[in-house]
Design a protein around this ligand. Structure first.
Ligand code: PEP
Ligand code: MG
Length: 893
């Protein structure tokens, strides 16, 4: 029989898929003998059944009843017993952490009778009992019955203002009892029934609400953003309540075993006395640092430190922790391997190697290309010494500037119009997520590094400053230190230092980029981040099988990519070489009346092209350079049809001489295509315009011979675009081979000839095509376009949002390779190509070459290299190393 409920003593950390992260780790801590309140977990299986059918699986009720009975026996109390009630929390816990996205209900089991029992249990502490009850109604109302949270907030504000107090903790028992009455009224008005008094009924409803919260809008949005699969479901944890709101000797906190923002060694955390869990994370009151707890309760502090060390040793990683102190007794409510910034990920991975906890292979699996990408963003240049208007907590690093907006909706709207915005809020809550995604950065006036804003921003790699408590946030302006900042004014925020500036502060490049550029010697740089990046990248290179080349069309780009670690050029697009002042030569080519005129135009282009290639070959001396023959339709180099037609008509009207323009207009009309992407481009152009490819082949070969004559070692590879049939390639090849033989002479230069595989037919006839190709390079941009039938220039804006919403794909197939479809074409072509020609060199030069997930796929398929834009080269190198470790069957992850 399938089991749907597990006691904490039955699970372990490896059962995340079934018990969710929270449940699995609570079980792990229980088994480590740490002080975890008793409880049990309802599995994600049960949730999936509920979401599918609208009710829990058969037998779930009975299983819950049995585990509840065990829990009651362990605690010596019955759920909601009027005299001595057991209270429980009902907590979500998905397989992947989704901070603040899912629901939790605390104090379940309280009702009009058991509130008195709870007070007695707490030594006659009426204030505590009523505070717990009002929290239950508030959380239950919001979570289970969709009562608008503001209504409860207003009643709470009213209670405080009518008594002239500022903080929740200043409300006495009578005030809280009255507040319970007000909350019940709010509840009944919105739901049409009274607040449920039966404790088991409360629990069952809370469990179902947690199940349902899996599909709440904000959770769906978060999953999409974080690429978490939609069908996992959440587990639910039922945990005996322990209380942080029993008075000044109680409290609740969150802690990290290392600083999650910088990676610095040493514990870090926030503590709030006399409060319950959600108060800390919601940033409702400003918190104390963990070190201040030492002064308040040394015994608990020492125990906490010991537990943190145990957990780090056990998980061999940074852990984050939620804990509660109930009258001097420490309880662990949660732990997990903690989220961290990109900088912290690298720094911590290197530290753990130094501390002997992990090896370098594992360190490599602990960082990602996406994180490396974040570190390559620029930061503020403070040379001008701009004065900060205030300083908050640097919660998520980076430099961001933009127009101030005060609501998530405005953030979305303005960003949609192309504005950069900074979302300014007192504190954020999960409803702000769309605005946080749309904004460049987030500034809050309340909450610490563990507040909602901080945790979510870090997860997204978005700049965030929080807890800037001098900032008074109003409806459409904020004030700080005598400044009034209106909606639409520009500010700059520094997520590392926490500083906030008026206006736009200039930015400077990251140290990591400077390191890659060779401007920083990692041995001398005393920046631990640069040292960590250097060490991990060096290890990645030593492990990777895939080589990483770059897409570069100029000597400048080639040189930069080489500094970034590129091992050659995988795609040199030649079309830009036909622009600028060379346009007139292209026009001459297109308008040529006869072969002589055409040859003259090509002869004029030849030396220019030769110089282009020589420049690039020099920069890549000794490394392979794949030059692609011209690809786009030639009319892209001519004026637009509309503009030209108007120009000719106006000139004719004025009686001016228009013979040349008229010829051009005729040519543009003749060449106009309804579907240029499927028209006269690539190899087709080479077959139709005599001499065009020949000129390029000659220029490439002559440049290579020139470099060889200088003592260099050119390794040119000529690539033919858009081939769909082997006959196309054979025709181009025959002509090219003659030219190459003619030019190369005894220079020793070797020129390879290969093709792009970017038309589905080419992929499906790769065995034939390989007979005429020494290498394949997958053009996954066109292969995706033609594989899906998606116009690559139009669809992303037109309808991809809907496809993403419907889950047809989780990410644009132009961004990350569609393994099942387009990826299959790559796989077939690789296998059949290599069968026909063993040793066939295989690479990819579409955008996917720099996408982390896709790099892993290309490794699996057995390509020799990926090629990507210079800036992505380090990312691809890192991922190539990770892919090699993963496929070597490392069980480190
Ligand atoms: C491709 O199609 O993937 C490719 C690299 O060529 P382009 O983007 O120039 O069409
Ligand atoms: Mg292409």
């Amino acid at each position: 029989m399938v089991k749907f409920v597990y006691d904490f003593s039955e699970g372990n950390k490896d059962l995340k898929d079934l018990l969710g992260g929270k449940g699995a780790n609570l079980a792990e801590m229980t088994n480590l003998g740490l002080p975890v309140p008793a409880g049990f977990t309802i599995t994600t299986d049960a949730c999936r059944t509920f979401l599918r059918t609208g009710h829990g699986p058969d037998g779930l009720d009975t299983e819950i009843a049995a585990h509840l009975a065990d829990l009651e026996a362990a605690m010596g109390r019955k759920l909601g017993d009027p005299n001595d009630p057991l209270l429980v929390s009902v907590r979500s816990g998905a397989p992947f952490s989704m901070p603040g996205m899912m629901e939790t209900v605390l104090n379940v089991g309280l009702n009009d009778e058991s509130v008195a029992g709870l007070s007695r249990q707490a030594g006659g502490n009426d204030r505590f009992a009523w505070d717990s009850y009002r929290r239950l109604i508030q959380m239950f109302g919001k979570t289970v019955c969709d009562v608008p949270g503001d209504e409860f907030e207003q009643a709470l504000q009213h209670a405080k203002s009518s008594r002239g107090v500022h903080d929740d903790v200043e409300l006495d028992a009578a005030a809280l009892q009255e507040l319970v009455g007000a909350y019940k009224k709010v509840f009944a008005e919105h739901t049409g029934h009274d607040f449920p008094q039966d404790p088991r009924d409360q629990m069952d409803q809370a469990v179902e609400a947690v199940f349902r919260s899996w599909n709440a809008d904000r959770a769906v949005l978060y999953r999409r953003q974080e690429r978490i699969p939609a069908d996992l479901g959440t587990a639910v944890n039922i945990v005996a309540m322990v209380f942080g709101n029993l008075g000044p000797d109680s409290g609740t906190g969150v802690a990290f075993t290392r600083d999650p923002a910088t990676g610095e060694s040493g514990i870090y955390g926030d503590y709030l006395a006399n409060a319950q869990g959600e108060d800390v994370v919601a940033g409702i009151r400003n918190t104390l640092s963990l070190h201040e707890l030492e002064g308040l309760d040394k015994k608990s502090y020492d125990e906490l430190l010991k537990i943190m060390a145990t957990l780090e040793g056990h998980y061999r990683d940074l852990c984050d922790i939620e804990f509660t102190i109930e009258r001097g007794k420490l309880w662990m409510l949660q732990t997990r391997v903690g989220k961290r910034t990109a900088a912290a990920a690298f720094t911590i991975a290197a530290q753990l190697v130094d501390e002997g906890m992990i090896d370098l292979d594992e360190a490599l699996t602990r960082v990602t290309g996406a994180q490396l990408g974040q570190l390559m963003f620029p930061r503020f240049d403070l040379a001008e010494n701009p004065a900060a208007i205030t300083r908050g907590v640097g919660a998520s690093p980076g430099a961001a500037f933009g127009e101030v907006v005060f609501t998530a909706a405005h953030a979305v709207e303005k960003a949609g119009q192309g504005h950069k915005v900074i979302l300014v809020r007192r504190e954020t809550n999960p409803d702000d997520l769309p605005g946080m995604i749309a904004a460049q950065g987030i500034l809050t006036s309340r909450g610490g590094k563990t507040s909602h804003a901080a945790v979510v921003a870090r997860g997204m790699g978005k700049t965030c400053v929080c807890g800037a408590d001098q900032v008074e946030v109003g409806r459409d302006e904020f004030t700080v230190a005598g400044h009034v900042v209106h909606e639409g004014d520009v500010i700059s925020i520094d997520g590392t230092t926490g500083r906030v500036y008026l206006g736009e502060v200039p930015v400077r490049p990251s140290e990591v980029v400077q390191y890659f550029e060779g401007d920083l010697d990692p041995a001398q740089a005393n920046d631990p981040l640069v040292a960590a990046v250097h060490r991990i990248m060096t290890h990645a290179d030593s492990r990777s099988r895939l080589r990483v080349r770059t897409n570069a069309d100029t000597g400048l780009d080639a040189a930069r990519a080489r500094r970034f670690g590129a091992q050659g050029i995988g795609l040199c697009r030649t079309e830009h070489m036909f622009l600028g002042d060379r346009r007139s030569l292209v026009e001459r080519l297109i308008l040529a009346h006869n072969p002589t005129e055409r040859r003259d135009a090509l002869d004029a282009l030849l030396p220019l092209q030769r110089a282009d290639f020589l420049d690039i070959f020099r920069e890549m001396n000794g490394l392979p350079v794949t030059v692609r023959l011209i690809d786009p339709p030639l009319h892209e180099f001519l004026p637009s049809l509309e503009e030209l037609a108007v120009q000719v008509a106006v000139a004719q009207e004025r009686g001016e001489e228009v013979e040349r323009e008229q010829r051009m207009l005729n040519a543009v009309r003749r060449m106009h295509e309804q579907n240029p992407m499927l028209g006269l481009r690539g190899v087709r152009l080479g077959l139709v315009i005599p001499g065009l490819f020949a000129m390029q082949v000659r220029a490439i070969t002559e440049a290579a011979v020139a470099l060889a004559a200088e003592g260099g070692r050119p390794r040119p590879e000529i690539m033919v675009p858009l081939v769909g049939a082997v006959q196309e390639l054979e025709t181009v090849r025959a002509e090219a081979e003659k030219i190459i033989a003619d030019v190369v002479g005894d220079s020793g230069v070797e020129v390879l000839i290969g093709t792009m595989i970017e038309v589905p037919r080419a992929a499906l006839t790769a065995g034939q095509i390989a007979e005429a190709a020494e290498f394949f390079s997958f053009g996954t941009n066109d292969l995706t376009q033609m594989g899906w039938g998606f116009s690559r220039d139009d669809v992303e804006g037109a309808f991809f949002w809907r496809y993403l919403e419907l889950g047809i794909f989780g990410i644009s197939p132009f961004e990350s390779i569609d393994r099942d479809g387009v990826g299959r074409l790559v796989r077939i072509a690789s296998e059949e190509g290599r069968q026909a020609r063993p040793g066939l060199k295989l690479g990819v030069c579409g955008e996917h070459g720099g996408d982390p997930d896709s790099v892993h796929f290309f490794h699996e398929v057995g390509l020799d290299y990926v090629s990507c834009s210079p800036f992505r080269v380090p990312i691809a190198r890192l991922e190539a190393g990770r892919a090699a470790i993963e496929s070597a069957g490392s069980d480190h992850r």
